[in-house]
Design a protein around this ligand. Structure first.
Ligand SMILES: Nc1ncnc2c1ncn2[C@@H]1O[C@H](COP(=O)(O)OP(=O)(O)OP(=O)(O)O)[C@@H](O)[C@H]1O
Ligand SMILES: [Mg+2]
Length: 354
C-alpha cells in the first residue's frame, strides 16, 4: 500500500478500523498484483505461441517451396526418361528393321541381278529376231500373188504382228525401268542397313549442302525459294556422301510437301556443343498421328511410284551412325522442320573410336 494512503487511514480512522481497512486494502492490492502477474504470464505465453506459430508457418512455406521444386524436377526427369525410352525404342526398332532390310536386300539382289542380265540378253535376241523378221518381210514383198503370200498375210494378221513389233519394245523398256527401280530400292535398303559405310573424313557440311542443292535443284526450283541461313560450322569427321544423301532426302521431301509455291530454309550452326542443320519448309505439314511413323521404312503418303517411303528411314540410320539424331517439328498447314544434330566431338562417334 502507498505510504501516503496508509498515513491518511491512520489519521482519519480509529486504530482498529484503520488496521482492518489497511489489511483489506493490502489484500485487494495483492489480488490486483496476482491478477497482473497472471495476465502478463498469459500475454507472454500468447506471444510465445504466436512466435512458434509464425515459425511453423515459415517452415511450412519453405517445405512447400521445396516440394514444389522437387515436383518440377521430377516432372522434368520423367519427361527426359520418356524421351530416352522413346529414343531407345526407336533405335531398337531401327536396328531390327535394319537387319531385316539387309536380309531382304541380300535375297532380292541375286534374282534381280539375273533378271536384269537376262533382260539385256532378251533385248538382244528380240532385236535379232526382228531383224530376221524384217528380212522375211522384204522377201515376202517380192513373192508373187498367190496362196503362199495370202497365208502369210493371214498368219501375220492373226498374230497382230505390227502391234507386237511396236509393243515388244515398250514392254522391254518398261521392264527395264521396273528392274532399275527394284535395284534402287535394294541399294537404299543396303544403305539403310549400313552395309556400305564409306570413308570417314573431315568435311565441310556447307559444301555438302551446296553440292546436294545443285543435284536436287531441278526438283525444287519450280516449287520453292531456298533461303540459306548458314552459321559457323567446324569441319566434321563424317561420311560426307551419306550425309549428302540425308540432305537430299530432306530437301526433296520439303519440296514435295509444298503444293504450289513456298520457301525452304536451311539453317546451320553450333548449339549446345552440337553441329546442327535444320531444313524447314512452308509445306502442308505432318499430322500428329503420322509423326511417329515417318521414320518407318516404307511409310509413305505419296502415290505409288512417287515415294518408296525409305528416304527418312535411311536418313535416320545414317545420322545414328554418326552418333547424332534427327528431330522433327511440324503442324498440319504450318510446314515442317527437320533438325539434324551431330556431335562435334569424335569420341561420341562410335565408329571412330576403333
Ligand atoms: N517436309 C515434309 N513435310 C510433310 N510431310 C513430310 C515431310 N517429310 C516427310 N514427310 C512425310 O513422311 C513420309 C515419309 O517420308 P520418306 O522420305 O521416308 O518417304 P517418301 O518421301 O514418301 O518416299 P522416298 O522413299 O521417295 O523418300 C512422306 O511420305 C510424307 O508423308
Ligand atoms: Mg522422301
Amino acid at each position: 500500500m502507498h505510504p501516503l494512503l496508509e498515513r491518511q487511514i491512520h489519521k482519519h480512522l480509529a486504530p482498529d478500523a484503520a488496521e482492518g481497512l489497511a489489511d483489506f486494502l493490502e489484500a485487494v492490492d495483492r489480488a490486483y498484483r496476482h491478477a497482473d502477474d497472471a495476465r502478463r504470464l498469459v500475454e507472454r505465453s500468447l506471444d510465445q505461441m504466436s512466435n512458434e506459430l509464425n515459425a511453423r508457418l515459415d517452415e511450412k512455406l519453405v517445405t512447400e517451396a521445396a516440394l514444389h521444386q522437387e515436383k518440377g524436377e521430377q516432372t522434368a526427369l520423367i519427361k527426359r526418361l520418356e524421351e530416352a525410352h522413346n529414343q531407345l525404342l526407336q533405335s531398337e526398332k531401327m536396328a531390327s528393321i535394319g537387319q531385316l532390310a539387309a536380309g531382304v536386300a541380300h535375297e532380292i539382289n541375286n534374282p534381280i541381278g539375273y533378271v536384269g542380265s537376262n533382260l539385256g540378253t532378251l533385248r538382244g535376241y528380240v532385236d535379232r529376231l526382228l531383224n530376221v523378221l524384217a528380212a522375211f518381210e522384204a522377201i515376202e514383198r517380192e513373192l508373187p500373188e498367190g496362196a503362199i503370200r495370202s497365208r502369210l498375210v493371214v498368219v501375220k494378221a492373226e498374230a497382230d504382228l505390227s502391234y507386237l513389233k511396236s509393243d515388244i519394245a515398250d514392254l522391254l523398256t518398261e521392264t527395264g525401268d521396273g528392274i532399275q527401280r527394284v535395284r534402287r530400292i535394294v541399294q537404299d535398303l543396303k544403305d539403310f542397313s549400313h552395309a556400305d559405310p564409306g570413308e570417314w573424313v573431315l568435311a565441310d557440311l556447307h559444301k555438302g549442302l551446296e553440292s546436294t542443292l545443285n543435284v536436287v535443284n531441278n526438283e525444287i526450283k519450280y516449287k520453292a525459294k531456298v533461303v540459306k541461313e548458314y552459321g559457323e560450322l567446324p569441319a566434321l569427321r563424317c561420311l560426307p556422301a551419306q550425309l549428302n544423301q540425308v540432305f537430299m532426302n530432306l530437301l526433296v521431301n520439303a519440296a514435295h510437301a509444298i503444293e504450289n509455291q513456298g520457301t525452304i530454309t536451311i539453317r546451320t550452326g553450333v548449339w549446345n556443343e552440337e553441329a546442327r542443320v535444320e531444313i524447314s519448309d512452308t509445306g502442308k505439314g505432318i499430322p500428329a498421328h503420322q509423326l511417329t511413323r515417318i521414320f518407318d521404312p516404307f511409310f509413305t503418303t505419296k502415290p505409288v511410284g512417287v515415294g518408296t517411303g525409305l528416304g527418312l528411314s535411311i536418313s535416320y540410320g545414317i545420322i545414328q551412325k554418326h552418333g547424332g539424331r534427327i528431330e522433327v517439328e511440324s503442324e498440319p498447314g504450318k510446314g515442317a522442320t527437320f533438325r539434324i544434330c551431330l556431335p562435334l566431338s569424335p569420341s561420341i562417334q562410335p565408329e571412330l573410336r576403333s
